[in-house]
Every structure is written in C-alpha cells, then in structure tokens.
Design a protein around this ligand. Structure first.
Ligand SMILES: [Zn+2]
Length: 359
C-alpha cells in the first residue's frame, strides 16, 4: 500500500498528499470547536489551510522547475501537514546550481507577496476573510500576503534542512570543503530544531512537530557530513567488504538451497545477463537481507530476493568521489575490482550503520 495519494500531474510533475495530511481534519475540527464551534468556522479554517498549502505547493514548484533547468527531474511533490517536499532526483553538484534550486522556492513566495502589495493598497483589502488567527480584521489578499511572508521567513532560516540552510551551505562551499559547509549548516539546524521544540512547548504545539522534523533531518545530515569527511581521506579499497562470493553467470534457477550453500558469504555477485552499454556489469544479492526476508520455515513456499545493480570502482579511487557518484546514480552497492581480481563490496547502508554505532 502506498503512503501517498496522487492528486494528478502539473507541468509533468506528480503532486501527492501524504497520508498524514488527513490528520489535519481532526485538528481543524478540534480548532473550530475550541473557537466558536460553528460549521462556518470549520469551513473558514479549512479554506485557510488549503490556501496555505496552495502557497506551499507553488513554493515547491519553484524548486522543481529550477532543478529542471539543470536537467534534474522531480519524482513528485508531496504535501505533508508540516510542509511540502519536492523529491528532486539529486542535488546539483555545483554550488551555484544548488543555490538557485534552493532560493527558487522562497522567491516564488516573494513574487506572490509583491503582486499582492498593490492590490492590498489599492483595494483597501476589501474582500473580507473572517479568519480569527490574525489580530484585527484582515482581507483575503492580506491573509494571502501574510502566508507568503511567513513562508519566506521560515524557509530562509539559515539552517539545514530549510532552504536558507541549503543556500548557506552552497555559499560556504564556494570557500570551504563540502563537508565543512554541510557540517556548519546542519549543526545550525540542530540548534534551531531544539529551539523550535522548546518554544513549541511554551507557545505552539504545532511547532514541536516541525522542530522534531528539523532536528531529525539536521542530525542525519550532520552524521553524513562527518562520514563524508572520513571518505575524503580514504580510498575505495579501504571500504571494500571481502565477504562475497562471485558466481559468474547466473545459474538457470536460483533455488533457496543454492543461496543457502554460500554459508559464509554476505554478498553474492553475478554477471549481468544481456548487458547493455550503460548497465553496470554486475548484479548483487545481499544474502543477509535475503535470509532476513526468507526465514528457514518459509523457504519451501517459493522465495523472494532483491538484486541490486553494482557499478565497478578501482581500488585506488578516492572514496569521496565514489560516494558522490553512487549517490548521484542512486546505488547502495559498488564492487571494488582491479583489472585482475574482485576485492570486495562497498555497502553504503552498512557503512552508515557502522558509523552511527561507533558514535
Ligand atoms: Zn523550499
């Protein structure tokens, strides 16, 4: 079952709602009960919320369309109760491209606010919007303006994972090493996340959730930047795990007995059948994963296994470059091989896990 409800496509980009989006309904019902309890106030609150998410959606399209300019696709834009996420296929390598992709979102909201300003001034903001969240009476245009200004202020906080953090990182990485720039932006994110949670307990419950999200994202980015620093001082061979078995061409049938017979191997490597020019030459089966998914009792009733495409890297290749390439091509595994022999398997999820355990 998918955790998303796809609404449709706009400009070729899928727009979806995360299931947790529907948690907003009881929240809205509760909020209207605690104001005056009328159905009218529920409708106004709901419409206000939809307007907020419309602005969020336009913001995310800013990121997605900027990325498209650099030839980077977007898998989807997902709306969650705490904001939108444009699933951009990869972050651009060049700092200035990252800068433009990051700033394009807030710029959309700046543009909307600029368009609204003369409308508010000229019409005296006559289209009444009876939302009670702002002090005093505000019109519809004023409410729209307020949403967009708030979105800009929030997103421009100079801390990862906010857009401002990405902008800061891209600017810092013009003069500093990548991992140092990431580290600064992510540590700021941890501080701001903690601050939001603390402030949320005093004033605004919703902020606790946003703070938690910021904290988790910033923490994992900080972990990754520490690992990338380690990579920058290492060669691919140092991360090669030699618990593999190279089987050559895949057998006609991959039976559970055959897979089980590679007792001590963690990874099983096969030549890729019917190779295209662009394909990785080897495919890999993670036997640990396979054993987990197919416990002994279940193995008679057919079996499942995932295989992964594995690019080949030279033992003396710089590990940070290998890591960047793997990320870019969305590979979790790579095979380290010289011209004469396979040396081992680079298993990124495993490396991340080991790294987080050491701390
Ligand atoms: Zn953004």
């Amino acid at each position: 079952m998918s955790s998303k409800l796809v609404l449709g496509r706009i400009a070729g980009i899928k727009v979806a709602l995360h299931w947790s989006f529907f948690l907003l309904l009881p929240y809205l019902a509760f909020s209207s009960i605690s104001s005056d309890g009328s159905f009218f106030s529920f409708l106004i609150l709901t419409a206000s919320m939809l307007l907020v998410f419309l602005c969020v959606l336009l913001h995310e399209f800013g990121h997605a369309l900027a990325a498209r300019r650099y030839g980077i696709g977007t898998r989807d834009i997902t709306l969650t109760p705490i904001g939108g996420i444009a699933q951009i296929e990869r972050m651009p390598d060049k700092p200035m491209q990252e800068f433009f992709v990051a700033i394009a979102g807030p710029l959309v909201n700046v543009a909307i606010a600029l368009v609204l300003t003369p409308i508010i001034l000229l019409t005296d903001d006559v289209f009444v919007w009876p939302w009670t969240g702002l002090s005093g009476q505000t019109g519809l245009a004023g409410f729209f303006f307020y949403i967009n200004v708030m979105l800009v202020l929030f997103n421009m906080l100079p801390a990862f994972p906010m857009d401002g953090g990405r902008i800061l990182r891209s600017l810092l990485s013009l003069g500093l090493r990548d991992f140092t720039a990431s580290r600064i932006a992510s540590v700021l994110g941890i501080i701001i996340g903690l601050g939001m949670i603390a402030y949320g307990f005093i004033d605004n419950t919703f902020l606790i959730f946003i703070g938690l999200f910021v904290l988790i994202q910033a923490y994992s980015e900080q972990q990754e930047s520490a690992l990338v620093k380690e990579f920058s001082e290492s060669l691919a061979a140092e991360y090669a795990d030699d618990e593999f078995h190279y089987y050559g061409d895949p057998p006609a049938e991959l039976t559970p007995e055959l897979l089980d017979s590679f007792n001590n191997a963690r990874y099983l490597l096969f030549n890729r059948p019917q190779q295209n020019e662009a394909d990785d030459p080897l495919v890999l089966i993670d036997l640990n994963l396979w054993r987990k998914q197919n416990p002994p009792g279940k193995r008679q009733s057919g079996y499942r296994f995932n295989h992964f495409s594995a690019p080949i890297v030279a033992p003396d290749q710089a590990m940070d470059q290998v890591f960047r390439d793997m990320r870019k091509r969305r590979r979790n595994f790579a095979v380290v091989a010289s011209e004469t022999a396979i040396r081992g398997v680079i298993d990124l999820p495993d490396i991340f896990l080991e790294h987080s355990r050491q701390r």
